[in-house]
Ligand binder design. Structure first.
Ligand SMILES: C[S@@+](CC[C@H](N)C(=O)[O-])C[C@H]1O[C@@H](n2cnc3c(N)ncnc32)[C@H](O)[C@@H]1O
Length: 226
């Protein structure tokens, strides 16, 4: 039996998410062969993800965890981490590959009515299927569910312009670096770092949840006196 979703679903995003997750269900075997269920020791993304996770003090939610490769990897490094994915097939694959690591069936918008708070959100190529409106909604949901000073690491397909593109599983969107930074800052995040991937179209961005008036010390909000 599937684990109940974290919460109810923002209706506007539900139909799109169903289409995307059913496409991932259909392509589960091919995507699993491509991504693997574990992280290769030479994976160039390790540096960015491990360094980000080391700076998170508390629970991490791996959103769109797929095969669970990063969830399992971070759990193996001692982080408290939960994986969540709207594709039932991927949740099954991840649970089989990483027994002992918790995985739930849900999409990013399902966090909207949850009362759980997280110290970090990893969204590794999992918000790529959201159009501009759904991405902005998702980022506000993440901002709302993040502890103050908590952080998000989000990877995306980057290009000179924001536009849809053909992705083998489901339609996806690429974003300009400026557009993704603006969407994060409109949602209330402060962008800390932009990382370039191993090819021009791969990028990742780190941002933290700040409170208006926060003073940052080494990229983190200083303790508040009120
Ligand atoms: C390209 S895979 C990446 C998987 C994993 N993050 C990794 O790097 O191995 C994209 C994943 O995002 C999930 N996904 C798609 N739409 C999502 C949504 N709205 N919320 C959360 N996850 C989503 C898919 O089911 C799929 O498992």
């Amino acid at each position: 039996m599937a684990t109940p979703p974290i919460s109810g679903r923002a209706p506007a995003a539900a139909a799109g998410t169903r289409r995307v997750s059913s496409a991932y269900d259909t392509h589960a075997a091919v995507v699993t062969d491509m991504l693997g269920t574990t992280v290769h020791r030479d994976d160039p993304d390790r540096a960015v993800i491990e360094q980000w996770a080391d700076g998170v003090s508390g629970r991490i939610l791996d959103i769109g965890s797929g095969t669970g490769r990063w969830t399992g990897h971070l759990a193996g490094l001692g982080h408290e981490v939960v994986g969540v994915d709207p594709s039932e097939k991927f949740v099954e694959i991840a649970r089989r590959a990483h027994p002992g690591v918790p995985f739930r069936t849900a999409a990013v918008h399902d966090l909207a009515e949850s009362h759980e708070r997280w110290a970090g959100f990893l969204a590794w190529y999992s918000l790529i299927h959201l159009d501009a409106d759904d991405l902005r909604t998702a980022l506000s949901v993440l901002h709302d569910r993040l502890e103050e000073g908590g952080s998000v690491l989000l990877s995306y397909f980057s290009g000179p312009r924001s536009e849809p593109f053909h992705h083998p599983v489901a339609p996806a969107y690429r974003w300009s670096a400026a557009a993704i930074a603006e969407a994060l800052s409109d949602a209330g995040f402060r962008v800390l770092d932009h990382h370039r991937g191993n090819s021009a179209e791969h990028a990742a961005i780190t941002a933290i949840r700040t409170h208006p008036g926060d003073v940052l010390v080494q990229g983190r909000p200083a303790p508040r006196e009120d």
